[in-house]
Every structure is written in structure tokens, then in C-alpha cells.
Design a protein around this ligand. Structure first.
Ligand code: SF4
Length: 416
């Protein structure tokens, strides 16, 4: 039985956060939201029919993820319609992880109870910071008090698998302030914590300010140039995150993701994200959603009116189809595999690609290991702590020139 992960994109938010470059919109009328949900329902059924027939395996859905945007800004009835449609058209495992992204301030106890009753069994709550002035600068639509209320209500509603998102490297943030946020969140004992650095993207208000350094009077947020922490401080935040969360009974299973320790079966690790990181098959529904089925990638069109107009017709709404060749598959396998703490097993690599890891990357691996950026642990290749600090550079050495070439050793690449 082949596992399949399903994703539903809900592109609606209460308001647009200043740093956000996700595909999401504020102030969409209720009737337009309903039209959108109707279109996604159609897509879910059409996409089931369009799945390639598996010769000796059938798909079983191991995870469903409602992301956005802010799925929790929707009426629970709409989420239930989407969930039931997926259950009607796909074989969903009774053990499937079903996650809903929640923004504090958009949920009440009765709403959370409805989610729980319909079968949502995991929440991902966007806390981002436990300091109100950070939330204000981020343009978030919630306060710290809203987070506590949502979290408490989620527990009362019955949720026993909760993930919390936190951001580091915020403007003006010191390591001490960030650690206060992390401590307060860990004191709530969520089963999972994702800790990402703020990244300032072009086209966002944050970029406007940080990129130009305009004076307070001219800019959107009323701040002068954003005092983003230095790279060294950001690294210190990351290292402090790992040390602190490990001391609190979590383990890091991906560069930015931490799960509560259990009996060793990774119960609280995100099954859905692991499907992405292990290059499993996944189908994305909704505006701009991406999919990968049998090494073919495609993503849906990104214009809301066009998406609704397409009425779920997969031929119209799927764009950018790319058949991944062996080279791309191997590169992805290395990039994603090395981000995971369990690393890359040479045996699994050889079984997947019919070529040995050593034959393809031997020189690169030896050179990076000599630099202290890669190491062997439990028969698997992993990034060291120093390797994580410069992970982009390390991963770039695993790019292949073309399908016949083997990767070059780091020294050779740096000279080029
Ligand atoms: S809630 Fe999330 S998706 Fe919505 S605007 Fe903020 S960051 Fe973007």
C-alpha cells in the first residue's frame, strides 16, 4: 500500500501580516469563500479520478493538512465539507494524522470542539512570539493572551497533539528575549515546536522598510530601518533553541522541527511534513497548491478568480508540470534527507537509486566530513552542528552537473 499525503490550501486571512509572502488574502466576502470551497470540493473528486492507476499498489492517505492562509478563519462547516469529501474519494487510514493550522484569535472553544468532533486530530498554532510588541511589528492579528486562550481551549476540546510555530531573528530581538518566548511556549508543553527564522521577502512591507531604511515618518510601520539581529545572534538563537528544547524533553528531527520524546516511534513528529521530506507522493488541493505523484510535480494556478472558474478541472488548473529526472530526484533526496536528523542511509540510497552513495558523492562526502560539516552516525550521513550553520553551502555540493557526472569535491567547486 503506497502512502499519500493530502494538502488543502485555504488562502484567507483575517489580515495580512507585514512579513507574509504566502498566497493569502484578507477581506474576502463570505460568498466568495463559499465559491472557493465549492471549487476545491470539485478538485478533490476530479483529482481522485486523475490519479494514475498503480500497478501493484493502492494509495492510502496517511495525512491530511489544512494550511494557508488561515484555515481556522473558516466556518468549521466548510472544513468539515472538505474533510468529508477527501474521506469519500480517497482511502483514508483510520490512523491518519489530520492537521489544521490555527491562528490564535480566530478560534473559540465551541469551534475547536467542532474541529475535534469532525476528526481533526492535530493543531498547528501560529504563536510566533510571546511578546506583544513583536506581534505588533509582525502585523499579526493576535495577542499573547489570545494564544493562551486558544491553547487552553484546544486542550479542553480534547486535542492531544498540538504543534506551535515560533519565529526567531525578529527586529530588535535579543537572544534573551527570544529565549523568554521559547520558555513560555515550552512551559505549555506542546507536543511539537517549529522554530523558523524570519525571512524578509521582496514585495512585503517588511522588505520595503528593511530594504530602503526609510525614516520613520515615511514608512508603513512607523519604524526606522528594521534592526534585524546579526547573523551571529541568529545562530546563537538557533543553538540555544536546540539545547533548550532537548533539555525540555524534545528531540530535533529536522533542522527547524522538534517533537516531544515518546517511546521512540516518532509519534509526535509531523507525518505530513515527513512525507514531503522523504519524497513521498502528495496531492495539494486549492489555490497554488503543489503536488508530486510518481516523480511528476505540478502546481495549481494562483489567480483566485481563475481557480474558482476552473471548477476543479485538473487539466485547466494544474500548471508547471515537471517530470523529475534521476538527477533531480537524487539531488532532492540529498537536500531533504540531510535536513532530517536521521540523515541519509547509504543502504536506502542504493536501494532507491540503484547506485551507491559512495560512487556518486564519495569525494564530496569525504571533503565535507574532513571540514567537520558532515559526519556518520548510526550508519547514516548527517549534518554536524557546524554543518547546519552553513547548510545551504553544504547542500550546494550535492548538486549534480548532469546525469552522467559524479559530484565534485568541495575544494574543486570552490576553485571554479
Ligand atoms: S496568518 Fe499566515 S498566511 Fe495569513 S497573512 Fe499572516 S503569515 Fe500570512
Amino acid at each position: 500500500m503506497k502512502e499519500l499525503a493530502l494538502y488543502v490550501h485555504v488562502p484567507f486571512c483575517v489580515k495580512k501580516c507585514y512579513y507574509c509572502d504566502f498566497l493569502s488574502f484578507a477581506e474576502i466576502a463570505p460568498e466568495d469563500r463559499t465559491a472557493y470551497v465549492d471549487a476545491v470540493l470539485e478538485e478533490i473528486s476530479e483529482a481522485a479520478a486523475a490519479l494514475p492507476k498503480q500497478s501493484n499498489a493502492q494509495y492510502e492517505v496517511s495525512s491530511i493538512y489544512f494550511g494557508g492562509g488561515t484555515p481556522s478563519s473558516m466556518d468549521p462547516y466548510q472544513i468539515a465539507r472538505l474533510l468529508h469529501q477527501m474521506q469519500d474519494y480517497y482511502r483514508v487510514s483510520p490512523e491518519a494524522e489530520i492537521t489544521l493550522e490555527v491562528n490564535p484569535g480566530t478560534v473559540t472553544l465551541p469551534k475547536l470542539q467542532e474541529y475535534y468532533k469532525m476528526g481533526i486530530n492535530r493543531l498547528s498554532i501560529g504563536a510566533q512570539s510571546m511578546m506583544n510588541h513583536d506581534l505588533m511589528h509582525l502585523g499579526r492579528a493576535h495577542s499573547v493572551a489570545d494564544f493562551y486562550e486558544a491553547y487552553r481551549n484546544a486542550r479542553t476540546a480534547g486535542f492531544r497533539n498540538i504543534s506551535v510555530d515560533v519565529m526567531m531573528g525578529l527586529p530588535g530581538q535579543t537572544v534573551g528575549e527570544y529565549m523568554n518566548t521559547l520558555r513560555e511556549l515550552a512551559d505549555c508543553h506542546p507536543e511539537h515546536i517549529s522554530a523558523y527564522s524570519l525571512s524578509v521577502e521582496e514585495g512585503t512591507p517588511y522588505y520595503e522598510i528593511y530594504g530602503t531604511g526609510r525614516e520613520a515618518a515615511d514608512n508603513i510601520l512607523g519604524l526606522s530601518k528594521l534592526p534585524l539581529p546579526e547573523e551571529e545572534a541568529e545562530r546563537a538563537m538557533y543553538h540555544a533553541t536546540v539545547n533548550f528544547l532537548v533539555s525540555m524533553g524534545y528531540h530535533r528531527y529536522e533542522i527547524s522541527n522538534f517533537a516531544k520524546n515518546d517511546d521512540g516511534n516518532g509519534r509526535y513528529e509531523s507525518r505530513h511534513n515527513k512525507a514531503y521530506w522523504t519524497r513521498g507522493d502528495y496531492l495539494g488541493f486549492g489555490l497554488g497548491a503543489s503536488s508530486m505523484i510518481a516523480n511528476e510535480r505540478f502546481s495549481n494556478l494562483r489567480n483566485l478568480a481563475d481557480y474558482v472558474e476552473a471548477k476543479g478541472d485538473t487539466k485547466t488548473l494544474r500548471k508547471d508540470r515537471t517530470e523529475l529526472g534521476l538527477k533531480e530526484q537524487i539531488e532532492e533526496y540529498m537536500f531533504l534527507g540531510l535536513r532530517m536528523a536521521r540523515g541519509i542511509s547509504p543502504a536506502a540510497f542504493e536501494e532507491t537509486f540503484d547506485v551507491s552513495l559512495k560512487a556518486l558523492y564519495g569525494e564530496v562526502i569525504d571533503a565535507l566530513a574532513a571540514e567537520g560539516l558532515l559526519a556518520w552516525e548510526n550508519d547514516a550521513l548527517v549534518l554536524t552542528t557546524r554543518g547546519i550553520d552553513v547548510s545551504n553551502r553544504v547542500l550546494s555540493y550535492f548538486l549534480l552537473e548532469d546525469e552522467e557526472d559524479t559530484a565534485e569535491a568541495p575544494e574543486a567547486k570552490e576553485e571554479a
